[in-house]
Design a protein around this ligand. Structure first.
Ligand code: SF4
Ligand code: SF4
Length: 507
């Protein structure tokens, strides 16, 4: 591990267990993300710029959401200020700004809700902490609701199950409804609507990228492993994040899926029309946009005539797929009902391992001492396999089947208590780099502990956002950027394909 840089903007590790910082009011107030241009907002059906009557529209939207979404209203009404959530947010732990405490973040919106929608707030606002909606308040919403990755760690601690992520999504939806969208999310959703993926990659460029990967696989194994695109009549449609087509270590994950499908002898395909698993509609709280993105997957499955849909490694995409896909774009009665709809690639791979169909040589990963970062949207927003806790156990079962050396991080930083990587929920943008570095601090602290005690040198994630975020921020904490790995990267190392030349053959 490289020595830790102690420049002022680079946070130092905390002692373990994680220390609760002394509060610094306004520490994060100047950390703003770029606002969307009019064309990005309009492409999503929102006003291009701040409406002249924004205040009335925002209050009406808040009322509409409270009426439509009972959970949102209960979350606004139910908090008893017990304080159990205050130290659970990685952005509070990283920035020390008290408005990044979950309860304080909720109160930014709750105080306005009280003013306009409760008896006490209308007539005795000073008694119940109710406040008018002003431009200053709107700006504060924009700042602090874009310092929440919607990770739901605070909701696990709350005795009432109040989910700050839902409040944050609602706040962003209100902001969008008055013409104040975030550039990063809205630009990406607009791009996906045009091209089918977040990158704006056209089918020709996508095909060329996949062919390059096929060549790499041939060079490495001596076996022709295909990564098919738009193959009608294939059994399986793989929906994977577009980061798998170009970013490190995501690409190695995609090549790992290809090796698993090849070994399993199944027919599969990617789709150029639905070449994106990510669904940023969730981050901005927009059901309509989330539905439109999901509908492309249904359309691709129908057009290609597949029997199954499998999702690649992407955290929030799996949450949308597992929890909402059927509601958003179902019914999927045209698929083979003998398989989960949809299925996660790790479930598929574990089935192949347990059935003995995959030939594995674990020793090929012996140089790695591995730990696993549970991604928030998988850990707290979905499930996997047919057993309770499968979203925690299936990935670990796969990793333990392909690696000899595995150590979990501290119990209160994994599974349902996992810390966000610091870049989720639409925060994975360079204009929020300072916040991303600080938000990663609790995870980096837990990683350092297992690195020091057990020699851990690789951390696996099953989320495209986590992988990108860690590759960028790990060097700030003294870890090499390739410390972060795709789960299927380690699977790929260990799988021996039929006809593959191994080092043993060469000797
Ligand atoms: S959802 Fe996550 S990021 Fe948002 S306030 Fe709660 S702990 Fe913090
Ligand atoms: S844990 Fe729940 S009830 Fe307690 S302060 Fe936080 S949000 Fe309110």
């Amino acid at each position: 591990m490289a020595p830790l840089d102690d420049k002022k903007d680079v946070p130092m590790f905390s002692d373990y267990p994680q220390q609760i910082p002394k509060i610094e009011c306004g520490a994060s107030l100047d950390t703003d993300t770029f606002k969307a241009y009019p064309e990005h907002n309009e492409a999503l059906g929102f006003p291009g710029e701040l409406l002249p009557n924004w205040k009335e529209v925002a209050i009406a939207k808040m009322g509409e959401l409270a009426k439509k979404n009972r959970a949102f209203q209960v979350y606004l009404d139910a908090c008893v200020k017990c304080g159990a959530c205050t130290d659970k947010c990685q952005y509070f732990l990283g920035t020390s700004d008290p408005k990044n405490m979950p309860v304080a973040r909720q109160d930014l919106l709750r105080s306005v809700y009280r003013r306009y929608f409760t008896f006490a707030g209308k007539y005795f606002p000073w008694l119940v902490g109710a406040r008018d909606l002003t431009k200053e308040v709107l700006d504060e919403w924009y700042t602090y609701y874009h310092q929440c990755s919607q990770c739901r760690r605070c909701a696990v601690a709350c005795p009432y199950g109040i989910d700050t992520a839902e409040i944050s999504m609602a706040a962003r939806e209100i902001l969008d409804s008055v013409g104040v969208g975030q550039k990063y999310c809205n630009e990406i959703i607009a791009k996906l609507k045009k091209t089918g993926n977040n990158l704006g990659l056209n089918p020709k460029a996508l095909r060329a990228t996949l062919e390059d990967m096929e060549e790499d696989l041939l060079d490495e194994t001596g076996v022709e492993v295909k990564i098919p695109l738009d193959v009608k009549g294939a059994d399986i449609l793989l929906i994977t994040p577009s980061a798998d087509f170009f970013a490190e270590p995501h690409i190695e994950g995609l090549m790992g899926y290809a090796k698993v499908f090849h070994s399993a002898g199944v027919s599969w395909t990617l789709s150029s029309y639905a070449s994106e698993a990510a669904n940023f509609g969730m981050f901005i709280g927009s059901y309509e946009n989330m539905r439109e993105v999901s509908w492309r997957i249904r359309q691709a499955a129908k057009d290609l005539g597949v029997k199954r849909i499998i999702f690649g490694e992407c955290g929030h995409a799996w949450r949308v797929a597992y929890s909402f896909l059927n509601t958003l774009a179902g019914p999927f009665d045209f698929l083979d009902q003998n398989y989960p709809i949809p299925q996660h690639i790790l479930e598929f791979t574990l089935d192949e391992i347990e059935s003995g169909r995959l030939k594995i040589d674990k020793s090929r990963n012996d140089e790695h001492v591995v730990t696993f970062h549970d991604s928030c949207n998988v850990a707290r927003g979905s499930a996997m396999g047919d057993k309770e806790g499968g979203q925690f156990d299936v990935p670990r079962a796969v990793l333990k089947a392909v690696c000899n050396n595995f150590h979990d991080m501290e119990r209160d930083t994994i599974r349902e208590n996992t810390f966000c990587c610091g870049g989720g929920g639409g925060l994975l943008t360079d204009d929020l780099m300072d916040l991303r570095i600080k938000g990663a601090k609790p995870r980096m602290t837990a990683l350092k502990q297992v690195a020091d005690e057990h020699g851990v040198n690789k951390m696996v994630a099953i989320c495209a956002i986590c992988k990108t975020q860690f590759a960028k921020v790990m060097p700030k904490y003294g870890f090499d950027m390739d410390t972060i790995q795709s789960a299927h990267q380690l699977v790929a190392n260990a799988v021996i394909l039929d006809g593959q030349e191994t080092e043993d053959d060469a000797e």
